[in-house]
Ligand binder design. Structure first.
Ligand SMILES: [Zn+2]
Length: 570
């Protein structure tokens, strides 16, 4: 939850506004004299359910708790947020520090880059690295590949890199943070990578963010040592070879995912440049989010031993978030991609071309040991595969796999569908109670709309009639105002109060399915307008209901008075 949402959730709008004007409860709403214009009869309403307010008098306007404070105290959104955050005990991160963080990251990139150069020079020319050069030659790597991937050698010493980088003005704190140096139990610092073949890991822009180091001695543990999690490096969202592979992945509309560093380098050397590696972790949603900006066609090239992990429920989740089918290319047992490419490039090509959908492969594996002629075998197959099929979001594909499973176990697809519906019903009941717990967070349509606008500035013409007041949440309205105020979408973030950066980042970080963007945006704008009108109508109806109730009450009181007077007169 963002800071903005947290403050909203923890703030009671009735209590806040009640400090500015006396509110009386009438029905579901609270009513009082408008704090913004002078009046004798209260036309100012607060709606605790929607966490909003509206003046039906001279102002004719309304909003949420932030816009109330902004208007009442004449402050900016950021100030209103800070004020309410303080009241509700929410801590706002110091974004003034953001600039500092960027500078710090720049230093870490530079340290990594310098380390990569250092290791690379040693590999090329140090006598100590002769064995490594021999090893690379024996693995079939040519000089160009060593250069392209900036391979290196970390010497068999405790502090060579450390001294080299300290001399170049880096601090020990920076080297520790970059993961290049570690601190031992005795508080002594030493180089993390010693006597290893070094693979610099770059981000998609080609900046060095970390390293993988392969052991060179027999007894050296672990065989592969990676940089730890650092401010720059996170295994769950980086892939090896992304930078050199990015153009090919786009052009060929396909990414081939392998496991090891060498499995990337050799195919590149032989002209298969759409190959990347996952660096020892399973492919996750962070990976697919990066990849699908370039291509949605992913082929996992795996050796048969490690496919077990891939062929699970997770792969369906990945396919759902990818919005496409994932393929598996099964390699010959005991052979790594680098060996296959080296021995016979044509074989590599045909293996990749022969990749099958990961779900078909999952079916094969799940039923491999089962006797599908027996009742037990059939039950086992359904139990194993039905939860997987149930996760498929694409209806056409799901139907296809229901039919396939039905065929395997000799059941009618209808029966399996019923089973699926039953399970889904149970699941939906669970999620809807979870959803009900969340309230007063900003609206999904508003956020969707902003994400589209921010990510697709070319659609500017499409939202000409979208008014800031259609956004009910102040934070979204602020972002939209900033969009309208900036000629260039890239300036929006900087023009926002830093307290809104987190919210902004979340909007921009959302993943969009990018087909039919224009129609989707038009639809979202329409929905915002409708909701805006509905809100106004609803507020008015509530107010009328309250007015009616009050009038009735007044009539009733009058009648009572009359009755009393009559009694007294008797
Ligand atoms: Zn007013």
């Amino acid at each position: 939850m963002s800071v903005v949402e947290e403050v909203k959730q923890k703030t009671d709008i009735v209590e806040v506004i009640g400090q500015y004007t006396a509110l009386t409860k009438s029905g579901k709403t609270f009513r009082g004299l408008c704090p913004f214009h002078s009046e004798k009869h209260g036309s100012f309403f607060v709606y605790p359910d929607q966490q909003s307010w509206h003046c039906f008098g001279a102002c004719g306007t309304g909003g949420d708790v932030f816009s109330f404070i902004m208007k009442k105290d004449g402050v900016t959104f950021g100030d209103a947020l800070r004020l309410l955050a303080e009241k509700s005990g929410v801590v706002i991160p110091q974004y003034a520090a953001a600039e500092k963080t960027r500078e710090k990251h720049d230093r870490l990139y530079q340290a990594n880059q310098a380390a990569a150069e250092y290791y690379h020079q040693l590999l090329l020319s140090s006598p100590e690295a002769q064995k490594v050069r021999d090893y690379l030659a024996q693995r079939g790597l040519n000089a160009q590949s060593v250069e392209d991937f900036k391979l290196g050698y970390s010497p068999n010493a405790w502090d060579n890199l450390q001294r080299y980088l300290l001399e170049r003005g880096f601090t020990i704190a920076e080297l520790l943070e970059a993961g290049l140096v570690v601190e031992g139990d005795n508080k002594m610092q030493h180089d993390r990578f010693r006597h290893r073949l070094m693979f610099p890991i770059t981000d998609i822009r080609g900046r060095v963010i970390g390293f993988g180091g392969r052991a060179l001695a027999e007894d050296q543990q672990p065989k592969y040592l990676n940089s730890p999690q650092t401010p720059l490096f996170d295994k769950s969202s980086n892939l090896y070879g992304l930078h050199p592979a990015r153009d090919a992945m786009r052009k060929e509309e396909q990414a081939v995912i392998v496991e090891g560093y060498m499995d990337v380098i050799l195919p590149h050397q032989y002209g298969f440049k759409n190959v990347i590696a996952s660096m020892g972790t399973a492919i996750g949603e962070n990976h697919t989010a990066i990849l699908k900006k370039m291509t949605k066609n992913l082929v996992l090239a795996l050796d048969p031993d490690s496919t077990g992990e891939a062929a699970t429920l997770r792969s369906v989740g990945l396919e759902n978030s990818l919005g496409a089918e994932i393929q598996v290319a099964i390699l010959p047992e005991g052979k790594d991609p680098d060996e296959i490419v080296k021995e016979n490039a044509a074989e590599w090509q045909s293996l990749i071309a022969g990749a099958i959908p990961i779900l078909d492969y999952t079916f094969e594996r799940a039923t491999a040991g089962l006797d599908l002629k027996t009742a037990k075998g059939k039950t086992d197959a359904v139990e194993k595969l039905m939860p997987i099929v149930g996760q498929i979001k694409d209806v056409v594909r799901q139907t296809y796999y229901i039919d396939k499973l039905a065929g395997l176990v000799g059941q009618s697809p209808k029966k399996l569908e019923l089973l699926l519906l039953k399970n889904k019903g149970a699941q939906r009941a669970k999620t809807s109670t979870q959803e009900a717990g969340k309230s007063s967070v900003s609206s999904p349509v508003e956020e969707y709309c902003l994400t589209v606008i921010l990510k697709h500035p070319e659609l500017r013409e499409q939202y000409g009639d979208l008014l800031p007041e259609f956004f009910d949440s102040s934070e979204n309205r602020e972002v939209y105002n900033a969009i309208l105020g900036c000629d260039d979408i890239s300036q929006v973030r900087a023009s926002l109060d830093s307290a809104l950066w987190e919210h902004y980042d979340r909007l921009v970080g959302r993943i969009l399915l990018t087909n039919k963007m224009e129609a989707k945006l038009a639809d979202a704008v329409l929905r915002l307008r409708e909701e805006h009108l509905k809100r106004q109508a609803q507020n008015r109806a509530d107010t009328l209901a309250v007015d009616e109730g009050n009038q009735l009450r007044e009539l009733f009181v009058k009648k009572e008075h009359l009755g009393e007077e009559k009694r007294r007169q008797k």
